[in-house]
Ligand binder design. Sequence first.
Ligand code: SAM
Length: 234
Amino acid sequence: MARKDVIRNAYQLCGGASSFYDGMMTYATPAGKAICRLVWNMDREKNLRYITEALNGIPEDFAGRLLEVPVGTGVLTMPVYQQLPDADITCLDYSAEMMAAARAKAEHLALRNVSFVRGDVGALPFDDESFDIVLSLNGFHAFPDKEAAYLETFRVLKKGGTFCGCFYIQNGCRRTDWFIRHLYVPKGFFTPPFETEESLRKRLAGMYEDVRVTAVEGIGCFRARKKTDDLSVG
Ligand SMILES: C[S@@+](CC[C@H](N)C(=O)[O-])C[C@H]1O[C@@H](n2cnc3c(N)ncnc32)[C@H](O)[C@@H]1O
């Protein structure tokens, strides 16, 4: 099944309408659609486009080790993992509640290739160079210590491995910037400083090679490869 179809089906499969958060992430509920449109200036097509772009770093026949951080409720990724039976997938999040929802989806889909670890992206409990892919969806705008998160995701990635995902970037959509500044930051959902499309490109280019950054409104999607000849970054 094409990745786009997997994501589209996932919205039904995983009961996307069962919670406010999942409904928003998957454009599945009236409230979720309203927030996507009002805050993010995204319709269904844009929503699907940014998720597809963010997941593009994962080959459709991927069979290596993947770390997803933060997994949240897993609404965007559990159905993708169902299509990767030979992969060895580790999902990490700080919040036990969010991860319990992800675990329930994994159980519902009878996934045997996924395990869950509670932890902090700023101090990942994994050895250096343990993963072929590190995936981070909608996390960096929330992480309090972004520098530590960049270093840790880099550290646990194998040389030649892929770092990919997406998160909020400034200057992509003025309306989104307004809501982030006046609502999301005061409420503690998001934590500054935030990247712009350009600053993200520059940062990743300083650490990785084959860097690709694209924006869909206020979401920056990225994919980059860890250099094979690097000893360290920091
Ligand atoms: C907006 S959610 C994104 C979840 C999921 N990737 C998605 O796209 O739906 C942000 C998640 O980051 C997690 N988080 C925040 N700070 C963290 C940290 N320092 N280490 C690990 N997870 C963290 C939160 O618990 C939350 O589940």
